[in-house]
Ligand binder design. Sequence first.
Ligand SMILES: O=C(O)CCC(=O)C(=O)O
Ligand SMILES: [Fe+2]
Length: 276
Amino acid sequence: MSKLSKIIVELVLMCLGDDFERKFESEFSNCHGYLRIINYSPPECVKEKEVEGLGMHTDMSCVTIVYQDEIGGLQVRSKEGKWMDINPCEDTLVVNIGDLMQAWSNGKLRSSEHRVVLKRHINRFSLAFFWCFEDDKVIFAPDEVVGEKNLRIYKPFVCADYLKFRESNEKGKFEKVGEILKEYGNQMTKLSKRIVEIVLMCLKDDFERKFESEFSNCHGYLRINNYTPPECVKDKEVEGLGMHTDMSCVTIVYQEEIGGLQVRLKGRKVAGHKSM
Ligand SMILES: O=C(O)CCC(=O)C(=O)O
Ligand SMILES: [Fe+2]
């Protein structure tokens, strides 16, 4: 996605004017990207009326590359204020211009207003890759970009200040996703402690007393896996994740109803228990 973002920015610069792609090196070469993975779980009431999964916003990036699954729901607002569906299309990514690019281009490129609307009671999954200026960059549209006859629209500003400003204004917008994951993490930490205590008890009487001295500083992390099987799965099963052991003390896995987890028992593969 970083490579693709660079190519996209270079193309966008070429569209702004002849020779503008040369600005890439001096202005965009320190950009960096981050990925947001969103799993939308629509509420029950979606059966009666559509609900907003993500409210109208603009992205705090130079450009954003979005992958949405086949459920759809991404909408962009036209200049006239009409919501237009961005229908999912196989092998297609969506590119949004973000606020930083709007400012850098003196408004020649417009940061798209978009949202996500959920219409069916089915989970929706998306990946958004945000390509941004470095935090300490002062964003100031170059004179050549503004053009001799045009007024400068934006005063120079530091990228991090803008991000802070937006974040303090939008507290709560992405909290729903964050809060759920945080709570899940807390519960899993509690459960891991309980499991380790029980495992210690199974090792030997009184071993649970080892917990305090040996395991009390343990910490956990969460990995969200989304497996997309290749076409050839129709003919033969494929390994989504090869044989491995976990580099943890204990791992707690939730798998959805599709199944596929297997464990090897003394040389044999055995289907993972659904209720794990
Ligand atoms: O889920 C999507 O399709 C879009 C996500 C998005 O716009 C964002 O995370 O900023
Ligand atoms: Fe967005």
